[in-house]
Write a protein that binds this ligand. Sequence first.
Ligand code: C2E
Ligand code: MG
Ligand code: MG
Length: 390
Amino acid sequence: MADRMLIVDDQPEIASLVSSVARDCGYNVDQLHDNKQFAALVSDWQPTHLVIDLQMPDVDGIELLRLLAEQGSRARIIIMSGTDNKVIESARYFGRARGLDIVGMLRKPFRTAELRDIISRVRSTPTREDVPISARHLNTALDNDELWMAFQPKFRLGTERAGDCVSGAEALMRWTREDGTTISPAEFIPLAESAGIMDLLTARAIDKVLRQMAAWLQDGVELQVAINISAQNLHSATFTEDFASKCREYNISPSSVICELTETTTMQDPTQAMEALTRLRLKGFSLAIDDFGTGYSSLVILQKLPFSELKIDRAFVGDCLDSPQSGVIVRAMIDLAHNLGLSVVAEGAETGDVVEFLRNNGCDLVQGYFYSRPLKAEELISWISSARQC
Ligand code: C2E
Ligand code: MG
Ligand code: MG
């Protein structure tokens, strides 16, 4: 079924311009010039995309975003406004914090080419039928071994002359079902957490990653690999010892493993996090704070917990050239991390220009589609043989 785009703008000429570009790009389109029919249209027509003007006479766009969040909307949303960038950024931040999929921002006045570019870029890619997955499916996936680990290489930025080199990889879990459809970790990790089976999933991830690292070592490839750890894992009293004993079983030094924890994870119970993280460090593991900048207590966390690496969230990295604010934040995060003795990884670098920005601002490591998407273990090795290892 075609993508359905709803455009909400009090200026009919702008709504018509957006409509005609969207139609050219293959969308079914509807438009509103006020908020009266908004809630009804959204629930009846179920738009897959929305373009929302932030400033309208009777209603502001934030009110509409709040309504969409209440309805649990999964539409892709473009925010449009003639106000300054800071207001648009705050609106975007608000939308994302409410779980909305804000995929773009358009500052008025915009050029038609800019509009066309964003509207064609945010089209849906065909995905699996929207069948809800449940904890039962996930348990079956564990039983049938449908979960596997992909690896995304991480690059150490060198000088232009010395060139960049592969320093390691992040292990990312993938779920391919029997019928070949794949389910994103953004969907099944929260499900595993709410179903209380995150310990099983992490144990499976650890086993698969360490086994793979041992196989690589046999082939002479030594890589430092990062594994994502969930808040629930830290609740288990035996987690750190189990992890260390798995390393002994596969003959992998914990110093070759980085545990990645998100900022929000560490905030849920800072004392418990402190205990578990300190124990992991004592056993020789490295620790990274993931998605840095998305939580609320960044500085306290950084000061108190024994991290060795900071990963800048891709929302800032992806925007660092388009949004002056994001650029300033990325620079400040790099300085902050260095001043605290941490190395910095930027995630989500998609273009060479972003990588150059990071290089010029002293970022240590970069991960992103510009270099490579997450790969199967065997693809990673053939890929690395064509790149330089640090
Ligand atoms: P994360 O740990 O922050 O991982 C980085 C995510 O960014 C990955 O998404 C990766 O594919 C994506 N990414 C990397 N480079 C780019 C880029 O240039 N552009 C864009 N748009 N995206 C990029 P993925 O694999 O979908 O994983 C999403 C999240 O799910 C992860 O975020 C992590 O929080 C969680 N996750 C994945 N695997 C595991 C796991 O084994 N255990 C746990 N606890 N969480 C996991
Ligand atoms: Mg991560
Ligand atoms: Mg991350």
